[in-house]
Design a protein around this ligand. Sequence first.
Ligand code: KMH
Ligand code: ZN
Length: 310
Amino acid sequence: MDKLILTAAVTGAMTMPTQTLHLPLTPQQIIDDAVACTEAGAASIHVHARDPQTAQPTHDQEVFGALLRGISERCDAVVVPTTGGGVLMTPEQRLQVVSTWRPEMATCNMGSINFSIHRVARRYRSEDWKYDWEESYVKGTENHIFPNTFRSIRHFIDTMNANDTRPEFELYDVGHIYNLEHFIRQGIVRTPIWLQFVLGVTGGIRATIYDLVHMLNTADRVIGRENYNWSVIGVGYPQEFEIATTAMFLGGHVRVGLEDNLFVRRRQLASNAELVTRMRQIAAEFERELATPAELRDFLGLKGLDAVAY
Ligand code: KMH
Ligand code: ZN
C-alpha cells in the first residue's frame, strides 16, 4: 500500500511512570491517548493494560476489556493488544486477551530473548521512584528472559487462528525470522503476513539502518518478499524517528509511541500524540499520506469490529 500505516504504542510495560509524566497509566488516560493518537493520524493503537491503582502492567481481563471497549467507542482505530505482556506474567496469562476478547489483531512474539531495561535504573536514586514496584521491576530485568518457546508460540498462533485474530509477528532478532519460517512451513501461519521488526531492545538486534536492512534481506530470502508486509519499531531517541523514516523509504510502515521512546526532540519529553504528530509531519514532508483505520482493515483483511467480543 502506498499510504503509510502508523501505529501508536501508547503505554507498554517497559516504560516506567517515573521516566515521564506523559505516560498514560489509568484506563481513562490510556483511552484518551489512544483517541488523541488516532485523531493525530494513527491507524492502529497497540495497548498494554496497567493496574488502575498501582500503574503496574497487568493481565487483568477486566482492564483489557475496559480499554478495548473504551477506545472503540470513541474512535475506529484498529486496536492491537499485547500478548507480550509484562516481565512477571506467564505465557498463558499473556495470551488470555485473545481468547477473552477475540480482537482483530494481537502481537505474537517470535522468540525468547534477554529483554532488559536495567540500565534505566542508573538515572534514579531509590527515593526518586514514583511507585514502589518500579525499582525492583527495572533492576530485575537484568536477569530477565522473555520466554517464547516453539511450543508456546505454536499455542499462541493456534489460539489466534481459532479466534480469527490476525497476528502481528514481533521480530527482535534475525533468528526470529527463521522461527517464523518454521511455522509457515508447518502450515499454521497463512501468508501474506504482517511483520513488526523490533530494533533496539537491550537483548535484541540494534536500531541501525544496517540492522534494518539485514532483517529485510533475511526476510526476503527466508519468507519471500511477496509473502509479507512490514512495520518497524526503533526503540529510543533518535532511533524511533530515524528508523521509521528509513522504513518509509523502503516500503515499510512505522510505529511510534511512549512504549518505545520518550522524546520528540533531543531532551524534549513528549506526549503520545506529539510523537504521532511529528511522524505525520515527516511523512508529509515526503508526500506520504497516512492510511486510515478502514484502509488498514481492508489492506490486512481484518475481520472487523462486528466480530470481536468486546
Ligand atoms: N515492547 C516492544 C519492544 C508486545 O507487546 O507484544 C515490543 C512489543 C511486543 O510491543
Ligand atoms: Zn507492546
